[in-house]
Design a protein around this ligand. Structure first.
Ligand SMILES: NC(=O)c1ccc[n+]([C@@H]2O[C@H](COP(=O)([O-])OP(=O)(O)OC[C@H]3O[C@@H](n4cnc5c(N)ncnc54)[C@H](OP(=O)(O)O)[C@@H]3O)[C@@H](O)[C@H]2O)c1
Length: 351
């Protein structure tokens, strides 16, 4: 079977997905949506640095809606507010196209019935399915760790940490203004603000999905963020981070059940991976406290045989998107729920 695909946005993840579509014989590119004015009208092959495809980029959503396509790979940049892309996604679903997005919507049910109903109804209207996926959120907690809980006879708590070396991020606006690196640690408040709300909503989806699959009702998801100062002047890709200013942001949420931390998800961005706190740490660390006690570490490395600058982190995000296409297309309309076979479930959860 061949699947007709629209690629929506061509940033780092979008281009990785686009090349994946062009590489896979069972996928046929039929449309391309871009945001950048300079990309409008360009051939998809030119954007991907591939041979010409005959598919030209458009910035007009109506042209995309009018296409006959099985699936839209939606890799737009996350925006504040979190709900910015809702209207586009709803329109795509209503037009009969399945949507696989990396820009959130991993588990809209996490935000209550109203948000879930928005996408469920749009899917039902168009006979289409929405799936939000990526590595974290999307795969790490929801599939890898959840699958791992299946070997536990008892499970007390789950600790999942992502450690990101942000020193090679090139965009000064993102690094200094959005992430707050280089600012005064006394004034950077991670407990409030647009980014805090955005991240809070995004990662709550992974935690709530994990809770629902393990039969856990969280009383609350508790934020526990902190910043760490640079121990020396840091020359990073985006500029200079003076000693004493913010060099790391630790985003951490605890899913609290029965008054205790059941799931902790940490996302750490550091401009200095050699800081004593971080030195030698793996990219992902998972600790399950229970019977048995389990520890898992996972790292990734950039491919050495590619003519593109695609990083491991981009492949690892695009992989779950491309690989999900047949399952999402075959799924009933609404919100896609990735199947999980026999995870650990709390006693009484099935009663
Ligand atoms: N869950 C995960 O594990 C995971 C991992 C990495 C990334 N992501 C998510 O995947 C998405 C893509 O990431 P990326 O690294 O490819 O980002 P990126 O390189 O910053 O590119 C995103 C693309 O978004 C488009 N864009 C420009 N202005 C926009 C606007 N106002 N609104 C929406 N989109 C706009 C642009 O498309 P054109 O260039 O085509 O004009 C841009 O290239 C993001 O939402 C990111 O958060 C998820």
């Amino acid at each position: 079977m061949t699947y007709s695909v629209v690629q929506w946005a061509t940033g780092a993840i979008g281009k990785t997905c686009l090349r994946g579509v062009l590489d896979r014989p069972e996928l046929e590119l039929v449309g391309l949506y871009v945001y950048g004015e300079r990309k409008e009208g360009a051939d998809a092959g030119t954007i991907a640095r591939y041979p010409e495809t005959g598919v030209r980029a458009t910035r007009n959503i109506n042209e995309i809606l009018a296409l006959d396509a099985d699936v839209v790979i939606h890799t737009a940049r996350l925006q504040v507010p979190y709900e910015t892309h809702d209207a586009d996604i709803v329109a795509l679903l209503r037009s009969g196209k399945n949507v696989i997005t990396t820009a959130g919507d991993h588990y809209p049910q996490a935000h209550g019935p109203e948000r879930a109903a928005l996408f469920e109804q749009a899917g039902l209207d168009g006979g289409a399915t929405l799936y939000g996926v990526g590595m974290n959120p999307g795969f790490l907690l929801e599939r890898l760790v959840l699958g791992l809980t299946g070997v536990c006879v008892e499970l007390e708590s789950v600790d999942v940490e992502e450690m990101l070396d942000a020193s090679t991020m090139p965009d000064p606006d993102f690094v200094f203004n959005v992430m707050g690196m280089g600012s005064d640690p006394a004034t950077l408040d991670l407990s409030a603000g647009p980014l805090t709300v955005l991240f809070g909503k995004l990662y709550a989806e992974a935690i709530r999905f994990f809770g629902d699959r393990t039969g856990t009702t969280f009383e609350r998801i508790q934020a526990d963020h902190r910043v760490l100062p640079a121990t020396r002047d840091l020359a990073v890709s985006a500029g200079v981070i003076p000693a004493g200013t913010v060099a790391a942001t630790e985003w951490r949420w605890h899913g609290i059940a029965d008054g205790k931390r059941f799931v902790t998800l940490s996302v750490i961005w550091t401009m200095d991976p050699t800081m004593p706190e971080y030195e030698g740490r793996n990219h992902w660390t998972v600790h399950l406290e229970g019977k048995p006690v389990l520890d898992l570490t996972l790292d990734m490395a950039d491919p050495t045989d590619s003519r593109f600058q695609t990083k491991a982190g981009q492949y690892i995000t695009a992989g779950p998107v491309l690989n999900a296409i047949p399952d999402v297309v075959a799924a009933p309309p609404g919100i896609f729920t990735p199947p999980v076979f026999a995870p650990f479930r709390r006693q009484g959860a099935l009663a």
